[in-house]
Design a protein around this ligand. Structure first.
Ligand code: ZN
Length: 379
């Protein structure tokens, strides 16, 4: 019922289309070409499809197959963009060897796109009745600002969703979030010889970083989650000083905090402010401003919710074994669906090399994933 040769053929084509997120790498193809290809496949199988330009040159594709509208509706979602390809030998080869298909995006997450399309084709061809309405969505920009998922939940909502990020056919019910804060430590310029006049922002930033370092050592022990591991923080960027022989009046650091389900933006921000206030009290002349740059919520769904149970049962029917419940370290669009009130789990195929130089997906697991989708959608 699931056509493996169709999966191999369209998956190869999907990987061969450059859909690198243009926000991440110059020359990135974005979602127009891949979006139009997916749109054409949906039209070929007579699925009601729409192609939306959600930002200049950025596209979302949706398709709907009608079921019983009194039953909860289901969305199968995948993002079309990939991370960059610098350093990869042949990123768009789509080469197949030993049951694996290679190339950027094969695992994250064009395999899932192929699985969704193959499941839809099989549903349309067999004309089987569905439980609830089935929405297929393919979104832009997950790897950068998620403008695709944000636009999608404004356009349409379903009761439940599967975000088909790779999970090796395990069921992911929680993932970490992250926040970036910009902290501008302020000093006072002076001639390098006038130590009574100058306030060195760089050295004050050093005091602050020492405090953050202490916190980063404590956090993983103090904050843990049974599925997504530990909370963490680091300082990915520091910039300060304008010249030799001048006291620096400004040193800006960026703090990256990886959060666990239950941690809120307000909580993290108050922890940062507390450290800054302590330094202001203990070090005359210490001054810093804090600005939130990015916030992506963590996500968690209770394992007792119907969509988790149904997805688990569908995987078990196809693979013969109950899927393990897991959490992801990284952020995913599921948080946006969750915030929009859509009950969401994360479930995808097997493979490896996510965001690495050699990336692949196991084709047989894409076939299994498509079967799982049919199990979930059909009566
Ligand atoms: Zn992904």
């Amino acid at each position: 019922m699931i056509d493996k040769s169709y999966i191999s053929e369209i998956l190869q084509k999907l990987v061969q289309i450059n859909s690198v997120n243009p926000g991440l790498e110059e020359g990135g193809g974005g979602e127009e070409e891949i979006g139009r290809y997916i749109y054409s496949l949906l039209c070929e199988m007579n699925v009601d499809a729409e192609l939306d330009e959600i930002a200049p040159g950025r596209f979302n594709i949706t398709g709907t197959i009608k079921g019983d509208s009194s039953v909860p509706s289901l969305m199968l979602n995948a993002h079309m963009d990939t991370v960059g390809v610098k350093g990869m030998e042949d990123p768009f080869s789509g080469r197949i060897r030993d049951g694996k298909l290679f190339g950027r995006g094969s695992y994250d997450m064009k395999g899932s796109i192929a699985a969704i399309l193959a499941a839809a084709k099989s549903i349309k061809e067999r004309k089987l009745p569905l439980t609830g309405n089935l929405v297929l969505s393919f979104v832009a920009d997950e790897e950068y600002e998620s403008v695709g998922a944000k636009a999608l939940v404004k356009k349409m909502k379903t009761d439940c969703a599967i975000v088909t990020e790779p999970t090796d056919l395990k069921l992911c019910t929680a993932h970490r979030g992250f926040g970036i804060w910009k902290i501008m430590v302020k000093g006072k310029t002076a001639h390098g010889g006038n130590h009574h006049l100058g306030v060195d922002a760089n050295m004050h930033a050093g005091l602050l970083m020492a405090e953050f370092h202490k916190l980063s050592q404590k956090l993983p022990d103090e904050r843990k989650h049974p599925l997504c591991g530990e909370a963490s923080l680091h300082i990915p960027m520091v910039e300060g000083g304008r010249s030799l022989f001048i006291y620096s009046d400004d040193c800006t650091l960026h703090l990256e905090r990886r959060t666990l389900p239950g941690e809120t933006k307000e909580l993290i921000e108050s922890e940062i402010r507390e450290i800054v206030h302590r330094l202001e009290n203990n070090h005359p002349g210490f001054r810093a401003e804090i600005e939130s740059v990015i916030w992506r919520s963590p996500y968690e769904i209770d394992a007792s919710r119907p969509i988790v149970k149904e997805a688990s049962k569908a995987v078990q029917t196809v693979t013969g074994k109950e899927p393990e419940l897991i959490g992801h370290n990284w952020w995913e669009d599921s948080a946006i669906f969750g915030e929009a009130g859509i009950e969401t789990v994360i479930l995808g195929h097997k493979g490896g090399g996510i965001h690495e130089d050699v990336e692949w997906v196991e084709i047989e697991s894409v076939v299994e994933l498509a079967k799982v989708f049919n199990e979930l959608a059909e009566l």
